[in-house]
Design a protein around this ligand. Sequence first.
Ligand SMILES: Nc1ncnc2c1ncn2[C@@H]1O[C@H](COP(=O)(O)OP(=O)(O)OP(=O)(O)O)[C@@H](O)[C@H]1O
Length: 595
Amino acid sequence: MTSPTMSFTYSKHNRIRASLTTDGIRIKSQFQSYDNGGDNENIGCIACFSSQSSRSLSSLVPEDNFVIPNGTLIPFGRIISAKYLNKQKVSLSGNSKSIHKSQTHEHTSLLDSQDPNHTSSANDDSLYEDSLYDDIENLEEGTTFNKSLIELTFVHPRGKNIVPTKLTLLMDPLPTETTSVTNTPDLVSYIIEKSYQNVHKEKSILIIINPHGGAGKALTLFNELVKPILDSSPFINYEVVHTKYYQHAIDIARDMDITKFDTVACCSGDGIPNEVINGFYQRTDRSTVFNKVCVTQLPCGSGNAMSVSCHWTMNPSYSTLCLLKSVESRIDLMCCQQPSYVDESPRLSFLSQTMGVIAESDINTEFIRWMGPVRFDIGVAFNIFQSKKYPCDLYVKYAAKTKKQLNIHYKQNKSKGQLLFTPTNSQVSINKSKDNNNSAFVQEKFPIKDTDLDIKYSIKDPIPSDWEKIDSEVTDNLSIFYTGKMPYIAKDVKFFPAALPADGTIDMILTDTRTPLHKITPILLSLDKGTHVLEPEVIHSKITAYKLIPKIKNTVISVDGEHFPLEPLQVEIIPGLLKTLLRNGSYIDTEFDAM
Ligand SMILES: Nc1ncnc2c1ncn2[C@@H]1O[C@H](COP(=O)(O)OP(=O)(O)OP(=O)(O)O)[C@@H](O)[C@H]1O
């Protein structure tokens, strides 16, 4: 991994003072320009940094006139790292107007030790001292002066994306009341601790890029939007591998050395995360892998449901910030069996299964197109829903059958799954504060044991007696059959608004062709809001397992956006199997409880 560091000349020309607040670091002042001969209290200019910078900085801050208004707050959520620029702490005493260096600073940051480009401290020190002489000129006799020169790395918006940049800040020491509360008397340690609360910040990541993903744009998106942010973090190590053939990511995940990595980040659509979890599933040490390795998506494909649901964004740069900052969580997976492959190995699914109109439309591409412009074309919608039905038999094991039961289930399970890391030893602890059921659930399921991965219901066995057959009036006229675990199945399509990461259930949505045409229109038009599930014609339940037996020859089954054989499909939930990253520890808020 490379860890670019900015080297630039520090002087009073580009000094910026800043102060700690409870939410971040506030830029206080000031751009002191020789050109205009005085202080400008309104802006801090870092344009001069870029002109004096190394290659890395100019690539990070290409604008010539990037300004930070005085008073700007850099929130901890946007801060990637901080380090002292001086290796020695300097104390000045005002009456003598002289500099006394104290002992060598104990808190050398990771950057100092890792960065081969970091230049000598002697030079830094003299520049640092120069800058301080200005400040002591105004000191009153007897006062002491003790400030730190901090290099702060953070991300800031540029256009639709975020990019990393660095600022050198002159900051006061940590207030004594803060040090007594946190036991982190050191300013840099405090900033880093606040910037990575409850987060496992040191990550060793295997990046899997599908160069064909997103119509061939994945590699460019990685290089332009993901890599600069990864490279700006001293806490991230990563290796990159490219997929070279169809389903290559299964082999990569099955064969990867898990002593080297704790995270797999898929620069792809939803196809690669699906392959990664299936590669894990095929390993002999699979429970160890599922306990250790976290799988996430950096949205570089055409279907990026995982990112929009988990990182709350389809933007690769914001998703990369989530990769650095998100809370590790456990989410349920679904295990699929079909006669063609079950003897070889069942297949895991993290997103959805569907048969019929949606599968035929290809979720990842055509479906979005259909949902976008054409969804307003009522004629097309009518045609789809009028003419095509997909008869089947369907047996389900209910967790919440009625909409009322589903609402209760949703409220009870909303906060399940989050894992918190204690800052001291990085051991997983359970978030007990939110919900007692939650902690019981996670304690029970963590760590995953080999037996947790065993199939509970074989497709070869008779249908269990506690499964219910869906009314054949519905299934003989089936229009939409869609089961899923994540709220968004594409941008702006909130198909499963009640989906929860670790409630141990699959959301099932059914419609049938008996629905009158005038009722189909509001259903189609409300998919972006997720309120289609409220329509009485839409069946919406939570289930833990099902068996679908198609009774039609000319359609397709799709699992996580990939085509599967048109034959009986049996699916069951595997609770909390996958470690992933959820922004703020939850899926994007669908506002289901307010519907
Ligand atoms: N080098 C490759 N050659 C052929 N297929 C590949 C290659 N790399 C990955 N694939 C396949 O591409 C498929 C889609 O991957 P992904 O979801 O990342 O992309 P996407 O842009 O969302 O694509 P799609 O719209 O086709 O689903 C997967 O089935 C994967 O096995």
